[in-house]
Design a binder for this molecule. Structure first.
Ligand code: ATP
Ligand code: MG
Length: 252
């Protein structure tokens, strides 16, 4: 990472690629994770690699939702672990959430490596290895979760979640917070709180909002949640992509 001069115009993007490559080399990130990264990068480019005000409002609503939760869980996959391990641990601490490793392509070996990686970045307890619970309606391999983790959660944060699993979690009655750069993907469209932003920006932003809201009353937190409009946030991100820097110089 240190080889990239930090005044490089695409510094953040290059650092991200290096982290994902390192994640694959360490057996943390899957090869499919590389493809997901490429898709995310394309959308981030179209969004101008910035946090839209609507995405910031979503991050604040997500923080309030997590602070109001009884059993919040942050779901971590190979991309999240490679890109934002410390940020994820800090968010878990800020909202008192559990961390559970949950992989689309589950292997015990990869779950163990990710759990170790998160512990190296400050996590004390990491769930996901028990695998004694399930998300109904999915193939067994796709639906494995911990009974006292995601299965029992009332609020789950699922960054970069696949659309089928996002829908199955919603069908279980979970309140879902999805981080995804593609406003047209099914997963954010299923979410109660879709955050259309790079997880590298969104996770620390959620933690900052959580610290800011730490002394808010439940009524104040509920107001933050109620004022957030998921459909409007998705529409706003889509409009930003359509009208973004690419439109400059066009007829408008
Ligand atoms: P579905 O409609 O089932 O959700 P999908 O095509 O979105 O399908 P994936 O191939 O898993 O499913 O896509 C990965 C998603 O993760 C993409 O929408 C991509 O934009 C998003 N993504 C990748 N990297 C990041 C990142 N760093 N931050 C936020 N989102 C990301
Ligand atoms: Mg998706």
């Amino acid at each position: 990472e240190t080889e990239i001069p930090d005044d490089h115009p695409r510094y953040a993007s290059l650092v991200t690629r290096h982290r994902i490559e390192a994640g694959v080399e360490q057996g943390i990130t899957s090869k499919q994770g590389l493809i997901a990264q490429g898709r995310g990068e394309a959308f981030d480019y179209l969004l101008g690699e910035r946090t839209l005000p609507s995405a910031d409002a979503a991050a604040r609503a997500a923080a309030a939702t997590l602070l109001l939760a009884d059993r919040p869980v942050l779901s971590v996959n190979g991309n999240v672990a490679a890109l934002a391990p410390s940020e994820t641990v800090e968010l878990a601490e800020a909202v008192d959430a559990d961390i559970e490793v949950n992989l689309f392509n589950h292997t015990d070996e990869r779950v163990r490596r990710i759990a170790d990686h998160l512990r190296e970045h400050g996590a004390d307890e990491v769930k996901g290895l028990a695998g004694d619970g399930e998300i109904p309606g999915l193939d067994h391999a796709r639906g494995v979760v911990d009974a006292d983790g995601i299965e029992a959660a009332d609020v789950v944060v699922v960054p970069l979640e696949d659309g089928d699993r996002a829908a199955a979690l919603a069908a279980m009655g979970k309140t879902e917070i999805v981080i995804d750069l593609n406003p047209g993907s099914r997963s954010p469209r299923t979410a109660d709180v879709p955050i259309i932003d790079n997880l590298l920006r969104a996770v620390p932003n959620m933690a900052a909002h959580a610290r800011d809201l730490a002394d808010a009353t439940p009524a104040e937190l509920e107001r933050v949640v109620d004022e957030f409009d998921a459909d409007a946030a998705l529409d706003d991100a889509e409009a930003a992509i359509r009208e973004g820097s690419f439109a400059d110089g066009d007829d408008e």
